[in-house]
Design a protein around this ligand. Structure first.
Ligand code: HEC
Length: 251
């Protein structure tokens, strides 16, 4: 085996094992930050709603069987008013939620049974106002195109930027065939596009919601493999006395 200096002079030693400590420090800092970011993203999904197909369908496709107000009156807001009052509100929605009936019949119920929270807690919609409650009586068609376009491009730019550096660091790894390495580096980008396409498809048809989960799971898995391999080759392998004169970029 040629020694390190000779390899350097030949310009053929570039791999994760033989990088200088400052470069390893740079790569490691980045890997730790991204790794923690990925875990936080996973934790957020678990804590807020778990990975459920229903939630994904709800976010992108909406709930086209009825309005949000009606869904809440049959759900978490069911016991705020009497069954009879709930029925009055639901009938009002079914009849087109007109302003006349609102003023005469519905507004008094909302004032008596809902306003303590909905007119006073800033994070809740103030349903004592006709314009506000009217919006909640409309069928929920899911995310609108403007919002979806915005989150799509922010997501693609942001995530692609992360994957670029994850793949860049991993490109210095040794011991993978060219094709396997290329596949691992390309996989997150492919899943990113699957993920975002799935948002758009789910908006049209709830049957595509599973694609959103597969997309997110796929790029997390490929990133995890690359991040942990990179750490292993930078620190554990040299620590165990392994060295390499492979040029991971040109061999
Ligand atoms: C004790 C406080 C309280 C009362 C009283 C109350 N709500 Fe709510 N409401 C909440 C909270 C908290 C949420 C958010 C959590 C949720 O969606 O279950 C909410 C959410 C809602 C939402 C969904 C709003 C959105 O944009 O997501 C609707 C619709 C709603 N309430 C309708 C009503 C109606 C109608 C009444 C009266 C019959 C009522 N609420 C009474 C506390 C209250």
């Amino acid at each position: 085996m040629t020694n390190k200096t000779e390899n350097r002079n030949m310009g053929s030693w570039i791999n994760l094992l033989s990088l200088s400590i400052p470069v390893k420090a740079l790569f490691t800092g980045y890997i730790l930050a991204v790794g923690i970011g990925l875990m936080m993203a996973g934790a957020q999904v678990m804590l807020t709603h778990g990975i459920s197909i229903d939630d994904i369908v709800y976010s992108y496709y909406g709930n086209r069987s009825g309005s949000k107000l009606e869904a809440k009156l049959n759900g978490s807001m069911k016991d705020k008013a009497t069954a009879e009052e709930n029925l009055k509100i639901i009938k009002w929605i079914a009849n087109g939620s007109d302003e006349h009936t609102w003023t005469k019949t519905i507004s008094p119920i909302v004032e008596a049974k809902c306003s303590t929270c909905h007119a006073n807690i800033a994070t809740l919609p103030n349903i004592t106002q006709y314009e506000v409650i009217k919006e909640l009586t409309e069928i929920d068609m899911g995310i609108n195109v403007t919002s979806l376009t915005r989150i799509s491009h922010i997501h693609i730019f942001g995530i692609a930027f992360i994957f670029f550096f994850v793949g860049f660091i991993f490109s210095f790894a040794i011991g993978f065939s060219h094709w396997l390495k290329a596949l691992l580096i390309f996989t997150p980008f492919a899943f990113l596009l699957i993920d975002v396409s799935a948002w758009w498809l789910t908006r049209l048809d709830p049957a595509f919601a599973w694609m959103v989960i597969i997309g997110g799971f796929g790029y997390s898995l490929a990133s995890t493999i690359m991040l942990s391999t990179s750490l292993y080759q930078m620190w554990i392998m040299p620590w165990r006395g392994k060295s390499s004169n492979v040029n991971a970029w040109f061999d």
